[in-house]
Design a binder for this molecule. Structure first.
Ligand SMILES: Nc1ncnc2c1ncn2[C@@H]1O[C@H](COP(=O)(O)OP(=O)(O)O)[C@@H](O)[C@H]1O
Ligand SMILES: [Mg+2]
Length: 218
């Protein structure tokens, strides 16, 4: 299975999402994280500590990937919807992390128009860095996206300092000493489970159109 993590904008939690989805998938089977962002943030994360899966750049990945492994690809921000449509065509699922604030602003209508222009059913929006109550930003943005008939993960990712500690220490969030570390990991576990459910439902609906052809990808 190939999962690509992308967005229109930087700083929305792509790398944090790629790391934790790879950690989840590693629990299912061998998983590689491909750092295709020239900033190499995921490789930096790996170099500071220890992760339960291999992280490599896109050049090294070509030799390592075969049909048995799960691949999570972290990318740089993409400015336009056409690029995201092209990315969606080369993976099994495109995950688009989005913080509730950018959508809450004037950019909301424009963002929704961009998202509607993605000509692929194989993507899903993940709301990240959701502020704690009494803020309702997370729920409000989810409702707006759903009203616009855009695909959104049921589970969002809450804003916890534990995620910043994880990045600094080079660890998955569950290995960080922090009272909210477990809650942060649970959010990503639930998203990982949604991804497995999506793949299972798709395999059931269209058994002949299995996973994407890895041979063409790298
Ligand atoms: N759920 C979260 N809670 C708190 N901070 C977060 C969360 N997700 C990401 N961050 C922080 O936000 C910043 C940007 O996240 P990052 O994953 O690097 O985004 P991107 O790859 O899209 O640039 C980092 O400092 C990261 O630690
Ligand atoms: Mg990044």
């Amino acid at each position: 299975m190939i999962i690509t993590v992308a967005s229109f904008k930087g700083g929305v939690g792509k790398t944090t999402t790629a790391i934790h989805l790879a950690a989840f998938l590693q629990g299912q089977g061998r998983t590689l994280l491909v750092d295709a962002d020239p900033n190499r943030s995921a490789l930096g994360w790996a170099s500071r500590g220890e992760l339960p899966f291999e992280v490599m750049d896109e050049w090294a990945a070509g030799q390592k990937v075969d049909a048995r492994v799960n691949v999570v690809i972290d990318t740089q921000a993409r400015p336009i919807a056409e690029d995201l449509s092209a990315l969606a065509a080369t993976c099994d699922l495109l995950v688009l992390p989005t913080t509730p604030d950018i959508l809450a602003l004037d950019a909301l209508v424009l963002t929704i128009e961009y998202l509607k222009a993605i000509r692929s059913p194989h993507y899903r929006i993940l709301i990240t860095s959701i502020p704690p109550k009494p803020s309702k930003a997370g729920e409000e943005v989810k409702a707006l996206l759903q009203e616009a008939n855009l695909p959104v993960f049921e589970q969002g990712i809450r804003r916890f300092a534990a995620f910043q500690k994880a990045a600094l220490q080079g660890l998955p969030v569950y290995s960080v000493k922090d009272p909210r570390a477990e809650a942060g990991w649970q959010d990503y576990e639930n998203v990982g489970q949604e991804i497995l459910d999506i793949m299972a439902a798709r395999a059931f609906d269209a058994p002949s159109q299995g996973m994407s052809d890895r041979g063409d990808f790298f």
